[in-house]
Design a protein around this ligand. Structure first.
Ligand code: ZN
Ligand code: ZN
Length: 258
């Protein structure tokens, strides 16, 4: 039993055949899917898909790439969107200085908007961070000081030092198919050390297909390949990794249990 804690079911490559994609994943043992938003124009579809399937949930938020187009998104709009019963998380939000598709100050301001709404609703933040460890940690630490909020670093690829610091802040860490890549030795070392009650797994599909599917379009069924790899790394069975990551998902995304 596994949960794909981060997929984009509305993206090209998955949206054309959502039923088939979900059926193949269920056949591979995936029992739940968190369908992630990246821009406001997508929220209705992301939430609509979650409303159609009992095993799909939704997040609402703005990806850092899209920050410039949403600079005036207020807390109220985000807060309103979280009221839907299938919306269980906020994001993906965060900072991406690798692509720098949006102004860094705007990314940071919008990140803080998402944090406020997470603190107010108790819904976890789904954080995307790339080449932005220092600012991501500084903002998280400052904001935690104003009042705690639940959060997850998605598709973790950051340094061991960043991993330790966010774990100390109480965050959880989600591992994507990148961990299975040949050049991911540093990440594999970090994944071995994440506490058992803080680790989740995801695909970030349609991107980042794990070994042995590299080069193919990624889909939620491949959560099983990443999970098997992570279980081997940690020297435990796939069953116990499945149990732990599923329990962690529901402990973090408490609204999914209701
Ligand atoms: Zn992301
Ligand atoms: Zn994503």
């Amino acid at each position: 039993m596994l949960i794909d804690s981060h997929c984009h079911l509305e993206y090209e490559g998955l949206v054309e055949d959502q039923n088939g994609v979900l059926e193949r994943a269920r056949a591979a043992g995936i029992r739940g899917f968190l369908n992630i938003s990246t821009r406001r124009s997508e929220w209705e579809r992301v939430v609509g898909t979650a409303a159609r399937y009992p095993d799909v949930w939704a997040s609402v938020g703005i990806h850092p790439h899209e920050a410039d187009q949403h600079a005036d998104l207020g807390e109220a709009a985000l807060l309103e969107a979280t009221r839907h019963p299938k919306v269980i998380g906020i994001g993906e939000t965060g900072l991406d200085y690798y692509y720098d598709k949006s102004d860094r100050e705007v990314q940071q301001a919008l990140f803080r908007t998402h944090i406020s709404v997470s603190r107010e609703t108790g819904l976890p933040l789904i954080i995307h961070t790339r080449d932005a460890e220092d600012d991501t940690f500084r903002i998280l630490e400052e904001e935690m000081g104003k009042g705690a909020f639940p959060a997850l670093i998605h598709c973790f690829t950051a340094s061991a030092d960043f991993g330790r610091k966010v774990l100390d802040l109480g965050l959880s860490i989600s591992i994507s198919g990148i961990v299975t890549f040949k050049n991911a030795k540093d990440l594999q070392d970090v994944v071995e050390t994440i506490p058992e009650d803080r680790i989740l797994v995801e695909t970030d599909s349609p991107f980042l297909a794990p070994v042995p599917h590299r080069g193919k379009r990624c889909e939620p069924a491949f959560t099983a390949d990443t999970a098997r790899f992570v279980a081997d790394l940690r020297g435990i069975s796939i069953e116990s990794l499945g149990e732990a990551t599923t329990r962690n998902f529901f402990d973090l995304f408490k609204k999914a249990k209701a």
